[in-house]
Design a protein around this ligand. Structure first.
Ligand code: CMC
Length: 373
């Protein structure tokens, strides 16, 4: 649907252009982060370079990258009292809820919480980016009944994220696969969580409040929660022989196939084949996980042949993170560890050129009537 075809009452705001941005362009033919195409970034950039591109606004020079990375390393630690709360709530909570609370708690120790100035916003974005893996790691270690692992300054952001969750330093292939997945997840224009962040920022509320709202929006299975739901669904299918009956039943009951479909992409999500290829590389080291890609391929063929619906990035993500041994409920928090860059870039863009976001609704309720009539 083109913007011209969309009406003011377009269901789900489909086809509505709700603002302009210099950060990202989501198109049928390409996905650009500040002009750089996603295949180019996945092949040639690291997540920290992409984070700099999104947050600072340009590709970093070698010196800028060195400074940016060491700044992030220096900002990884989280106050003990916050870690204590995270560890207390994590065993009985979904990790997205734990992370949402953890980010909210971080606002209480941020010296510039009330300031939306570009300098303070950029500083806050870096602190959030650096601290989120520490919260995710502390939560997972508590779930596993293990002591917290301190961040390793020698590890880059993606490898440190894996290390803090597992206590093991990942292999080069595992670290690079996580790196690529974070690049792919970093930014996607006016998706539901980013739009939530911008709506909150548009009231001149602060970055932490906007990010807490973004986490809430990302959690849902129609958005970021789909990477967990896709893997849970594949586990439910369980075996190649079960794909056909599972899909027949899903079609008969109008059950959604998680990790498929997209509001904007109608000919496929540019990110999905990139992540699938990295996931498949992992199965060379862990052949026992190849089964999940075979089941996924069979599901994908039926969806394409019979519904003409393509997989989105969350579909290969499920299989890839599963092959890496990451617990399924951590998939969407890992999405946050990446998308925090896109969210913060949008919050800064909103604050720098703000107008309150306040659309209209079409009223379809009762006509005016009298209370005492
Ligand atoms: N499985 C089965 N049918 C589907 C699916 C699916 N995954 N996606 C769309 N359809 C069908 C839908 O039933 C509808 O059919 P009909 O017109 O006969 O009623 C038609 O396609 C249009 O679907 P829609 O739900 O109206 O489309 P939308 O633009 O509102 O929704 C979506 C987009 C992503 C919410 C939807 O495709 C969906 O629910 N997918 C599953 C969840 C998912 O994978 N979400 C991740 C989105 S992308 C990455 C991210 O945000 O993390």
């Amino acid at each position: 649907m083109t913007p011209a075809q969309a009406t003011a009452a377009s269901s789900g705001l489909e086809g509505i252009e709700a603002g302009s941005t210099t950060i990202c362009n989501v198109g049928q033919g390409q996905l650009l982060y500040r002009g750089y195409e996603i295949h180019d970034l996945a092949d040639n950039a690291t997540f920290e370079q992409v984070a700099h591109l999104l947050l600072v606004g340009h590709k970093p020079s070698a010196d800028e990258l060195k400074r940016f990375k060491s700044e992030l390393v220096s900002l990884r630690s989280v106050p003990d009292w916050i870690i204590d709360i995270v560890r207390r709530i994590a065993p009985n909570s979904h990790p997205m809820d734990t992370l949402r609370t953890g980010v909210s708690l971080l606002s209480h120790v941020d010296a510039h919480i009330a300031s939306n100035s570009p300098e303070h916003n950029l500083a806050k974005a870096k602190r959030l980016l650096a601290a989120i893996p520490t919260i995710i790691g502390a939560g997972q270690r508590a779930i596993d009944g293990k002591p917290i692992v301190a961040p390793d300054p020698a590890l880059d952001h993606p490898a440190n994220l894996l290390y803090m969750m597992t206590g093991n330093r990942p292999s080069e292939l595992f670290a690079r696969t996580m790196d690529v997945s974070l690049i792919l997840y970093a930014e996607h224009e006016f998706n539901a969580s980013t739009f939530t962040c911008r709506t909150i920022a548009g009231t001149l509320s602060d970055m932490h409040s906007a990010v807490v709202g973004g986490i809430g929006a990302l959690k849902g299975p129609l958005h970021g929660g789909a990477n967990e739901a896709a893997m849970d669904m594949l586990k439910e299918v369980g075996a190649l022989d079960n794909v056909r009956p599972f899909m027949d039943n899903a079609f008969a009951t109008k059950r959604k196939i998680m990790g498929f479909g997209h509001r904007v992409y109608k000919n496929g999500d540019h990110r999905a084949p990139i992540l699938r290829s990295w996931g498949l590389k992992l199965t060379k080291e862990r052949p026992e996980f190849k089964k999940w890609f075979d089941i996924g391929d069979a599901v994908q063929k039926i969806m394409l042949d019979e519904k003409h619906i393509h997989p989105n990035v969350d579909f290969p993500c499920g299989m890839t993170y599963f092959t890496m041994g990451i617990p399924v409920p951590q998939y969407t928090p890992i999405f946050v560890a990446s998308r925090i860059t896109g969210w913060c870039a949008h919050i800064m863009e909103q604050h720098e050129n703000n107008r309150l976001i306040r659309p209209l609704s079409t009223y379809v309720g009762p006509e005016r009537r009298e209370w005492n009539g």
